[in-house]
Design a protein around this ligand. Sequence first.
Ligand code: GNR
Ligand code: NI
Length: 153
Amino acid sequence: MAVKTIITEPNKLLRQISKPVENVGKEEQELMKDMLDTMYYANGIGLAAIQIGVPKRIIVMDIAKEGKKEPRYFVNPVIMNRDPIKNTHEEGCLSVPEQFAEIDRPSKCEVEYLDYSGKKQFLKADGLLATCIQHEMDHLEGILFIDYLSKLK
Ligand code: GNR
Ligand code: NI
């Protein structure tokens, strides 16, 4: 159990583009465990590695209802397909404390990634899962949900 400090705005690290993982080994698995501990501790439903200062393309997520634990691990995720139909969801971010906003994103998406053991996986996501995956994948590109708000101004 290792709860890490979550980096918050303003911090240049959050703007860094994360690097692909070459091999899912012990080090990456330890990182994923720490990320999950940190995410649960902070009551989040997702976390990107850069949020604890590690610029690797790794995401953890758990959107299950309280009580159940359904951890998900995504290494080098790539969105293969986005539904043209948008969905609006209220978003928050552990790196942007106390800000919430309705954000439009593709309502469904298909993601290719490596799992905790380094095995290639394919997932069709909708609802909160699709929203959360896209929010987390933005972190890998140094994008925060508040960026979509400033573009409207
Ligand atoms: O905990 C989180 N909740 C959330 C709610 C709606 C859309 C996205 C999210 S992700 C966020 C945790 C976080 O900041 N992940 O990067
Ligand atoms: Ni976030």
